[in-house]
Ligand binder design. Structure first.
Ligand code: MRU
Length: 372
């Protein structure tokens, strides 16, 4: 069961508890009203927390899933210490599928689970207890890499910006969506440390209000100049000349550069093109899905109509039975993207070429390290 966890790392969004027996997350559904850490050890609670967006944002979901699969391995190895490895792997694979089904669009979920499972397979023969122990280290590695990757995205993103600029962002691709720094917000945080004095505009991001509840919260907590606007005000602030660049995060980049991100992002990109404002996507390489050729192949999560009809309102704001359509993400065409900011640098169009070059580079690095 979920229980309140006090004294956890105040600055980490997602972590493994010190005793290595639970996943510790900030319950983001309570923000901005309450900053509370919860500790989860049951697989059902973890899957529910991902589905309910207690932990959300592609990288944070990936780290949470990695930790969750380690916890599953630990439980399997302890509950049936005599079980043979085939049984261990059967149950581990079932846990992997169970977790993966929680949210379909953010590819980091699958990426992290696949990486954890591959790691376990590479240790076949070592015994369940040893495999589980090593999976703990792998999950912790995925978590610490996230901090490093986001910082590098921040450095690369900062090269595109100038002091005093106005930046618009959509949804929350901030530190609450990662472990620290965030992706879209990483250049903003680094710029803030270096006196860039950015003026940030945060779209509220209907229907789940990640921009209002999370982005405006975390940026103002950090002392950054942030102005909250409703989604339908983006055109107005762009028209006034207040926006010099748009930076958003993303949940999946297809091999041709089409990009899925929070619903409304593609509209912001179209507006940015109209006003000739550069539109950047910030994405760790773990968010690139080289197996999906174009945005048309990305599965878009659909969520309950109640998120539109009544959630956040004191009273329902629509007839209870009215039909709704509530896609959680949309796809921004690669042609609208001025650059994809990764930890390896800023990729430019044509993205099928620059993404392929990046893939070759990553594979060469892995081969050198003996990971392939
Ligand atoms: O539904 P959410 O809140 O998980 O959606 C989050 C986003 O769309 C983010 O922009 C994306 O995951 C990138 S987070 C660095």
């Amino acid at each position: 069961m979920a229980e309140e966890k006090k004294g956890a790392d105040r600055f980490g969004t997602v972590a493994l508890s010190e005793d290595g027996r639970s996943l510790v997350i900030i319950d983001q559904t309570l923000l901005p009203g309450e900053m509370k850490y919860i500790a989860l050890s049951d697989q059902r609670d973890i899957r529910e927390a991902i589905y309910r967006l207690k932990v959300r944002g592609a990288p944070a979901i990936g780290v949470a899933a990695a930790i969750a699969l380690y916890l599953a391995a630990l439980e399997i190895s302890e509950s049936a210490p005599q079980a043979d490895e085939d049984e261990f792997f059967r149950r581990l694979e079932a846990a992997k599928i169970y977790l993966q089904e929680s949210r379909p669009t953010a590819v980091n979920l699958k990426w992290a689970l696949d990486r954890m499972y591959r790691h376990a397979l590479s240790l076949k023969g070592a015994g369940a207890a040893r495999i589980a122990a090593s999976m703990r280290l792998e999950a912790e590695k995925i978590r610490s890499e996230d901090v490093d990757v986001c910082r590098r995205i921040g450095e690369n993103g900062l090269t595109l910006l100038k002091k005093g600029q106005g930046i618009l962002t959509h949804c929350n691709a901030g530190r609450l969506a990662c472990v620290r720094y965030g992706t879209a917000t990483a250049p903003i945080y680094l710029g803030h440390e270096r006196g860039y004095d950015f003026r940030v505009f945060a779209d509220e991001t209907r229907p789940l209000l990640q921009g209002a509840r999370l982005t405006s919260y975390e940026l103002s907590e950090a002392g950054i100049d942030v102005t909250l606007i409703c989604d339908n005000m983006a055109s107005s602030v762009m028209q006034k000349g207040w926006i010099d660049a748009v930076i958003t995060g993303c949940d999946r980049v297809a091999a041709n550069g089409d990009t899925a991100n929070k619903i409304g992002t593609s509209g912001v990109a179209i507006l940015a093109r109209h006003y000739e404002i550069p539109f950047y996507i910030a994405a760790p390489s773990s968010t690139i899905d080289f197996e999906t050729e174009t945005g048309a192949g990305i599965v878009i999560e659909e969520r309950s109509g109640d998120e539109i009809r009544k959630m956040w309102y004191r009273e329902p704001m629509a007839p209870e039975t009215v039909r709704t359509y509530n896609p959680a993400f949309d796809v921004t065409d690669a042609s609208l993207i001025s650059g994809i900011i990764t930890e390896y640098g800023v990729l430019r169009a044509p993205y099928d070429v620059s993404l392929k070059e990046l893939r070759d580079k990553i594979e060469a690095e892995k081969r050198k390290e003996g990971d392939l």
